[in-house]
Design a protein around this ligand. Structure first.
Ligand code: FAD
Length: 435
């Protein structure tokens, strides 16, 4: 009997969800081609967000998917990172390495989140038109109920854009605050898997001024405050970030309250927090924030989950293993591995699909766990509360800069792991690019 195409539902059209749709469409050994439904809560593609990057085995994923050069072409043009004082003078500077295997804070694959999302969704569209795969992308829709049964996962939808139906596989790619996660796995009903870091970042776009440079400038002020400016490729705008960090790895009730309200409350809170900060770029940044339409604020959180799969369901991306610095790479690696493991199933039975998803979880977990290791309080050290603390931080950075120890900033956590190899899944010789 010939195998039926897999019916796959992906919840969330961000980096993880769009990458999964694309990997499923292009996976060379997934036959017959699957039917994919990709749903997104927002009414249109969320093609906003500032710089994100791709590191370690994530680079191999984009190579195999055939999009490395397209991503490189959208590099933000950032040349490195520069820590500055209140007058904007350099305290310490660390250049990008130019080496995809040993990247520092500025990656060789530094791209705006909005541009990467758009690129992936365009590729999904192209796969839909040119390859023998059926991908239905639906905006303004979420999962209302999810029930796993032996012959599939019964799903009903919230907004009536899709009929209730059964899928062979369901993937939750709906980010840190995933609503699908507790529907799939009971142990996530209380939300304890989302671990606050105490740091909140607001991202928005600001007009570029004549004195702005193609380097990431990072200013630190007491009370755990920081202001960042990062170049955009278009040379007319800059990525602007305002960060607030607690003295402990715990949420700040006042900031959480603003996050649960609306953008206006978040902007008002940042005005209040930065009111007494002495920094030459402060005024233009706050003005740009008030004008910005792409303002996005979030708490930096780690999602620490012990289980990612349940029979026919899987968590991927931030919903399973969010972490600062490697979140996008892990999201792409996870999507690639789910597609790869599903390409091995011979029938659409619960036993085979469950085994495939379990192989994804078992195979990727050692690497994800390593990436999620972060010494306690590291964000607090980088974002001091006192003037003395800021002075000490600047002295340390100056020392590291002048002694050349900056090379150590190329963290091992971000590199390919010799002990962990990205599985191939038969992509070699398929549609890939040369770097
Ligand atoms: C608008 C936006 C801007 C961002 N900007 C930055 C940034 O500037 N810098 C940075 O480091 N990180 C940013 N991030 C986070 C970053 O994209 C992720 O940490 C990382 O790329 C992993 O991606 P992900 O696909 O797992 O999660 P995300 O990129 O968060 O994508 C999750 C997707 O799921 C959708 N979604 C949420 N709930 C539901 C639901 N119930 N049903 C269906 N869909 C749902 C969301 O709208 C989103 O499109 C941003 C995320 C978003 C959504």
């Amino acid at each position: 009997m010939s195998k039926e195409p897999l019916n796959i539902l992906i919840s969330g059209a961000g980096i993880a969800g769009a990458t999964l749709a694309l990997c499923l469409a292009r996976q060379p050994h997934l036959e017959p081609k699957p039917n994919i439904t990709l749903i997104e809560r927002a009414p249109k593609p969320r093609t906003t967000g500032q710089a994100i990057d791709i590191r370690g085995p994530g680079v191999n994923v984009i190579r195999r998917m055939g999009i490395e050069q397209k991503i490189k072409a959208k590099h933000t043009t950032e040349t490195g990172i520069c820590f500055v004082d209140q007058a904007g003078n350099t305290v310490a500077k660390f250049d990008a390495t130019g080496d995809t295997e040993h990247q520092t804070a500025t990656s060789e694959f530094e791209i705006l989140r909005g541009e990467l999302t758009e690129l992936l969704l365009d590729e999904v569209q192209e796969a839909n038109e040119k390859e023998n795969v059926n991908i239905n992308v639906v905006y303004g829709e979420t999962i209302a109920t999810l029930k796993e049964e032996d012959d599939g996962v019964q799903i009903s939808f919230t907004n009536g854009m899709l009929e209730a139906q059964k899928f062979d596989v369901v993937a939750a790619a709906d980010g840190v605050s995933s609503q699908t996660r507790p529907m799939m796995l009971d142990q996530y009903k209380d939300g304890a898997e989302v671990n606050p870091s105490g740091m909140y970042i607001a991202f928005f776009t600001a007009p570029r001024l004549e004195h702005d440079k193609d380097i990431w400038s990072w200013f630190t002020a007491p009370s755990g405050l920081a202001a960042h400016l990062r170049p955009h490729r278009n040379k007319t705008t800059m990525g602007a970030y305002l960060a607030v960090t607690n003295s402990k790895s715990e949420g700040i009730p006042e900031v959480d309250a603003a996050l649960s309200k609306n953008v206006a409350a978040q902007k008002a809170l940042l005005h209040e927090r930065f009111a007494n900060v002495d920094y030459t770029e402060k005024k233009r940044m706050l003005e740009a924030m008030d004008q910005s339409e792409d303002f996005y604020m979030q708490q930096v959180a780690r999602v620490l989950t012990s289980k990612w799969t349940s029979s026919r369901c899987a968590l991927i991306g931030d919903s399973a293993y969010a972490v600062m610095g490697m979140g996008t790479s892990l999201a792409m690696i996870g999507a690639y591995m789910v597609a790869g493991e599903l390409s091995k199933v011979q029938t659409n039975s619960a036993a085979e699909i469950s085994a495939a998803l379990q192989r994804y979880e078992d195979g990727m977990k050692p690497f994800a766990t390593k990436c999620q290791k972060m010494p306690n309080g590291v964000l607090q050290l980088a974002n001091p509360q006192t003037t003395l603390g800021v002075g000490v931080l600047r002295s340390v950075l100056r020392f590291v800069y002048w002694t050349g120890l900056g090379k150590l900033l190329s963290s091992d956590r971000w590199q390919s792991d010799e002990k962990w190899q990205l599985p191939d899944y038969g992509w070699e010789g398929a549609k890939t690019e040369k770097s």
